[in-house]
Write a protein that binds this ligand. Structure first.
Ligand code: CA
Length: 336
């Protein structure tokens, strides 16, 4: 594959079988003048069929995708695959190792770094390799996220609302195959440069997830990640271990497409919720209140919903700060 990327690997993307290796990202450090940082990668390929690019650890403190994809690489044999899986279980490995959302090496957010540049910081160089080498190979792109330390979520498989309705309807079909409680259409309220946005712009069948959060990490969420991913791969005939079965019950399709659906804290302090996730919300309803840590006996500042629907996401840690998203409200969505 011709690329001007500075990242190298001994993976041969045209070869059948299972390959487990690393991407080598150039580094030059005080402790090692000539160095490479290793990002784990696996390719499992058998004959012709779709190419699926799977990533976890885009945000380092989100371990659902990391564990699911590490298990998948160890478990899957090429005979169970028809097509090609390219798997990056720890895309932002410096952040995964540090247990942080952002890379500790350059302070950057991998999910704001796309498409990246050839000669960039480490995060941008990894993004550039994915953009210039791996995404052109892929038909289906899955980037497994959760809320990590900062957000709680009702489990969902998600995507943006797209102008290309053929692409979007196919993405909803793929998302539905996971059998998560919700398929969630979201809007970007915190910047651009997302891996899924870039993959969507290339016309790829692109899925993200929000599988709970660090406090929700456990058997249920990991089971949903593993079963859902495999069921989606069976629907496309890429995983041939057993037949595809449509999930019962079917997920609900919901959306938060209005920026007012993302409620940001007006002041810093301790957020006290009045609703649990999944509860109905009326416009103007008090979602909770924020207690000042500097004026503890002052009246708490109410947090009001501007839109109605159901409470879908909430801040993941009670101590919040001004401008942080503390609630996400969704409504049922109909495909056109
Ligand atoms: Ca995330």
């Amino acid at each position: 594959m011709a690329t001007d990327s500075l990242v190298s690997t001994d993976i041969d993307y045209t070869q059948d079988g299972k390959q487990v290796s690393v991407l080598r990202v150039p580094q030059s450090l005080n402790t090692a003048g000539w160095a490479n940082y290793f990002i784990p990668i696996a390719v499992i390929q058998n004959g012709s069929g779709p190419t699926v690019l799977l990533s976890g650890g885009n945000h380092g403190d989100e371990y659902e995708g990391q564990v699911t994809l590490l298990n998948l690489v160890r478990e899957l044999q090429p005979e169970q695959v028809q097509g090609r899986l390219i798997i990056l279980p720890m895309l932002n490995r410096p952040a995964c190792v540090a247990g942080t959302r952002l890379s500790p090496l350059d302070g950057r957010n991998m999910n704001r770094a796309f498409p990246g540049q050839r000669n960039d910081t480490i995060t941008g160089m990894i993004a550039h390799y994915v953009s210039s080498v791996l995404l052109p190979l892929a038909d289906i792109v899955v980037d497994i996220h959760s809320g990590g330390r900062t957000l709680q979520f009702t489990p969902s498989v998600n995507m943006h609302e797209l102008a290309n309705k053929t692409q979007m309807n196919e993405m909803v079909r793929a998302a539905t195959a996971w059998g998560a409680p919700y398929v969630f259409i979201y809007a970007d309220v915190a910047g651009e440069g997302l891996l899924p946005s870039y993959a969507e712009s290339l016309g790829k069948i692109t899925l993200g997830t929000e599988l709970g959060s660090a406090p929700q990490f456990g058997v249920d969420m990991l089971g949903l990640a593993d079963r859902g991913l495999k069921n989606m791969l069976r629907m496309y005939g890429v995983l041939t271990d057993s037949p595809y079965a449509p999930p019962i019950p079917a997920p609900q399709l919901v959306a938060a497409t209005d920026s007012a659906d993302y409620v940001m804290a007006s002041v810093s302090g301790i957020f006290e919720p009045f609703l649990e996730m999944g509860d109905p919300v009326e416009p103007g309803q008090k979602l909770g209140q924020i207690h000042s840590t500097e004026l503890p006996f002052a009246a708490p500042v109410p947090v009001l919903a501007q839109t109605g629907g159901i409470l879908f996401g909430r801040c993941g840690f009670p101590l919040t700060h001004q401008g942080a998203c503390i609630a996400t409200i969704v409504r049922p969505y109909t495909l056109t």
